[in-house]
Write a protein that binds this ligand. Structure first.
Ligand SMILES: *[C@@H]1O[C@H](CO)[C@@H](O)[C@H](O)[C@H]1NC(C)=O
Ligand SMILES: *[C@@H]1O[C@H](CO)[C@@H](O)[C@H](O)[C@H]1NC(C)=O
Ligand SMILES: *[C@@H]1O[C@H](CO)[C@@H](O)[C@H](O)[C@H]1NC(C)=O
Ligand SMILES: *[C@@H]1O[C@H](CO)[C@@H](O)[C@H](O)[C@H]1NC(C)=O
Ligand SMILES: *[C@@H]1O[C@H](CO)[C@@H](O)[C@H](O)[C@H]1NC(C)=O
Ligand SMILES: *[C@@H]1O[C@H](CO)[C@@H](O)[C@H](O)[C@H]1NC(C)=O
Ligand SMILES: *[C@@H]1O[C@H](CO)[C@@H](O)[C@H](O)[C@H]1NC(C)=O
Ligand SMILES: *[C@@H]1O[C@H](CO)[C@@H](O)[C@H](O)[C@H]1NC(C)=O
Length: 406
């Protein structure tokens, strides 16, 4: 029961809301955006928001109402509160475009809460979804990192997964300390990730920022990604990705691959990475594939990149293999048409440019224009290591690159 004294402010709140909706409706004329519908707060579905009570049931109930609303509903996770969530899946298909307004904070259980492959939050088959807000999702991953480092946990959960989606927009939220990767896109098309930040310690294992596979038309811009593995990783069967204005590091850089590891043919096409800064990352931009892979990776543009003490700023590696068992194999994912334009800064290792391709499947169409990488350590001169690669050099390129056959 609502106390009588609270009713008047509530009435004015409603009035304000109506005015807002009215105002919103007017701006539709100018902005061509459709009118937002009803809002559903998780508080109305009995979420505790105290950081201790598992609110997964309340979130699921809110989602059911939102997903069934055919008039552009908004699910609200209010600010100023912390919601503990155990594993939860927001499933579609839903009836209309949905906005999740995430202003409150979400925390994962502070425990080893799964021993099988899982995601803390999954959006499955939800189209036309927007996730926006100033809230953060904290995976409290350190317990999993320790467990993994002690070889007790072989699989760890992903923080936020989007599986099979069309027209997704993720904006302004903060993802933190995932047990494994922070955000994954699997089978998604038309994705915009904007102004999202990611943080985890530089030595946390496999805590990629954004990881995508089997996706297309993915646009990532204005994000700060500071984690323990790839800032962004692009995996097989992904095409048409534009990444711009990213601050990356600590981390492993922006990576395509590793491709071709699972025996099926890889396909990656039309990837652009522009206007990004890398700080003390393992690599800047890299394309990595396993020996013995097949398929192709082509059409890369890496442009206007700024490197600060990056170990290997430019890295193409057809012999990718983490330490361990790496038998010699023939065949490789064919890499071609990769342009590196206007890349400046420092490397921490003298081998600033590494383009190492296989004898059986050489790299073709490598293009370097205006690249200047100097070594930040001991005034050592940088050098390029090139094997089985063919391409063109335009403008000044430091260190000096000699393509095969030239
Ligand atoms: C998503 O948007 C597309 C294009 O506007 C539309 O065809 C589809 O019905 C929408 N689906 C939902 C669930 O909103
Ligand atoms: C994408 O989703 C938004 C709502 O989030 C909707 O307004 C827009 O029409 C959709 N666009 C397409 C191309 O489906
Ligand atoms: C970017 O995200 C931050 C943190 O949520 C927010 O304060 C800021 O308003 C956002 N900026 C834009 C342009 O959306
Ligand atoms: C993505 O990058 C490509 C290649 O630079 C460019 O032609 C295309 O216009 C970009 N798309 C968007 C939506 O920014
Ligand atoms: C990529 O797509 C091709 C063709 O559809 C398929 O054969 C292959 O298994 C896919 N590979 C991956 C890693 O999804
Ligand atoms: C990158 O920065 C340049 C120079 O500031 C700008 O002209 C260009 O539009 C930017 N590229 C993208 C994709 O935003
Ligand atoms: C690259 O980043 C460094 C460190 O932030 C900065 O001093 C420098 O001006 C940047 N250079 C370019 C070309 O953006
Ligand atoms: C390359 O960078 C170094 C150090 O950042 C600078 O001293 C040098 O002038 C640059 N060379 C060119 C050709 O821009």
């Amino acid at each position: 029961m609502m106390a009588a004294a609270a009713e008047r402010p509530f009435f004015f709140f409603l009035l304000a809301l109506l005015l807002l909706v009215f105002h919103g409706a007017r701006s539709v004329v100018a902005g061509a955006a459709a009118e937002q519908g009803k809002t559903y707060s998780v508080m109305d579905f009995h979420a505790a928001g105290d950081g201790n009570t598992d609110d997964a049931k309340a979130f699921a109930a809110t989602w059911n109402a939102v997903c069934g609303d055919g008039a552009r509903p908004t699910m609200v996770v209010p600010g100023g509160r912390t919601f503990l969530l155990s594993k939860i899946s927001f499933n579609g298909p839903c009836r209309s475009p949905i906005t999740v307004q995430l202003d409150g904070d979400i925390v994962a259980p502070n425990a080893i809460w799964t021993t099988t492959a899982a995601n803390l939050l999954t959006f499955y088959r939800v189209d036309n979804l927007t996730v926006d807000g100033s809230g953060q999702i904290d995976g409290r991953g350190s317990i999993f990192w320790t467990c993994f480092n002690q070889k007790r946990c072989s699989v760890r959960p992903v923080l936020l997964a989007f599986v099979i989606c069309n027209n997704l927009s993720v904006r302004s939220i903060h993802l933190k300390d995932s047990p494994d990767k922070h955000m994954t896109l699997l089978g998604c098309s038309q994705v915009h990730v904007y102004n999202v930040s990611f943080t985890a310690p530089g030595d946390s294992p496999n805590t990629d920022g954004i990881n995508m596979a089997r996706s297309d038309h993915v646009y990532i811009s204005s994000c700060v990604i500071q984690t323990g593995d790839d800032c962004i990783s692009i995996l097989s069967n992904t095409t048409d990705v534009n990444i711009t204005d990213i601050t990356c590091g600590p981390g492993h850089g922006i990576s395509v691959g590793s491709l071709g590891g699972d025996g099926s043919p890889a396909l990656v096409e039309r990837i652009t990475v522009s206007n990004c800064s890398f700080f003390r990352t393992l690599t800047g931009v890299r394309i990595k594939s396993w020996q013995g892979g097949s398929g192709k990776a082509e059409g890369f543009l890496f442009e206007n990149l700024n490197m600060t003490e990056v170990q290997y700023p430019i890295d193409i590696d057809q012999f990718y293999c983490p330490p361990g068992n790496c038998p010699q194999k023939d065949g490789a994912v064919a890499i071609s048409d990769a342009r590196f334009i206007n890349i400046q800064g420092t490397s921490s290792d003298p081998e600033a440019i590494k383009i190492q391709c296989s004898k059986s499947v050489q790299c073709r169409g490598i293009f370097l224009d205006n690249v200047n990488l100097s070594c930040s350590r001991n005034r050592a001169l940088t050098r390029a290591i090139i094997s089985n690669a063919y391409g063109t050099i335009v403008g000044k390129v430091n260190p000096r690159v000699r393509f095969s056959g030239s």
